[in-house]
Design a protein around this ligand. Sequence first.
Ligand SMILES: [Zn+2]
Length: 374
Amino acid sequence: MIKKIEIAKIFGIPIKLDLSWFIILAFITWTLATGYFPSKYPELDKSTYLIMGLLSALLLFVSVLLHELSHSLVARRHNIPIRGITLFIFGGIAEMEQEPPTPRSEILMAAAGPLCSGILAFLFLLLGNLCTNFLPYAPIIGVLQYCLFINTALMIFNLLPGFPLDGGRMLRAAIWNSTGDLKKATYTTSRIGSSMGLFFIIFGFFQIFTGNFIGGLWLALIGMFIKSAADSSYQQLVSGNVLQGIKISEIMTRDLITVNDSITLDRLVDDYFLKHRYNSYPVVSDGTLLGIVSIHNVKQIPREEWKEVDVRKVLDASIIDFCVNPDDDATLAMSRMIKNGLGRVPVLDSGKLVGIVSNKDIMQILKHKIDLKV
Ligand SMILES: [Zn+2]
């Protein structure tokens, strides 16, 4: 299950925090306050290091957010809908609903992020110099220099030419522009991305074994993230091509077993989980979808309370954000399914639940099309 909290809306774009981000905030604050700042500025006291660490970690968060926000704003100008920005363990992700329509829009959108980080780096350099000249107070200068460093690093790292990093997107757009073949461009750049990820993993482990444990672990994790993102981008493109032109109404499961929100958990277990073969059920109230309930949700409540607790108390409402229409393209169902991590999306027609698309439905149609080569 994805645990995200929406913290704000900027220009109408929802900004969400993945819970992993809090771990990272604490971790970065701690490494800066106990390692980085004390070694650079040995004369300060412990509480100052802690404040410097926390302030730097928060400014890192703002820097990543501005980077992603600039991608999103350019995407919106090119009519690519953005679901939101999620800040998580490795930085940020602007969730695009679909691929950019032209090489030009892709280049502009991809370049916006590194450009923003470059401008921020320049501003922090300027502020740092101003402080050194007019307000020579070490803690502030230290934080500003750290921000200069991370924004420069964000810019350079994102410009690496492997898809799905920004540099990889720009290279993909350039290949797409000269060959007219998006699939080939994605294949080439996602292969580069995948090898780059593998290189980071190997180099990271090398660092771990030669004593740089934290830095090495970090590199290896980033490598794994890039590699899996590059590999799945290509798979998604291939299956997306197969699914193109198929409507959700053609593949969805229509005869659903739904659960009323007011029944108790012991009835849910007896009449649904023990009777049918499904692991989760859509919960409705007068035909309106409220969420889904799974065995996992039921297990959160102690058995002796099942008689008193209603389904509506335990249901998972996060799936509501991922609904699709019967007339939508099947590729949309697939991309939303990947994003929600639940393996299914509800299909609504004028607000009423009319079906569900599960990963089984998608796999089936993919298999038939590939088997029959149609
Ligand atoms: Zn970026």
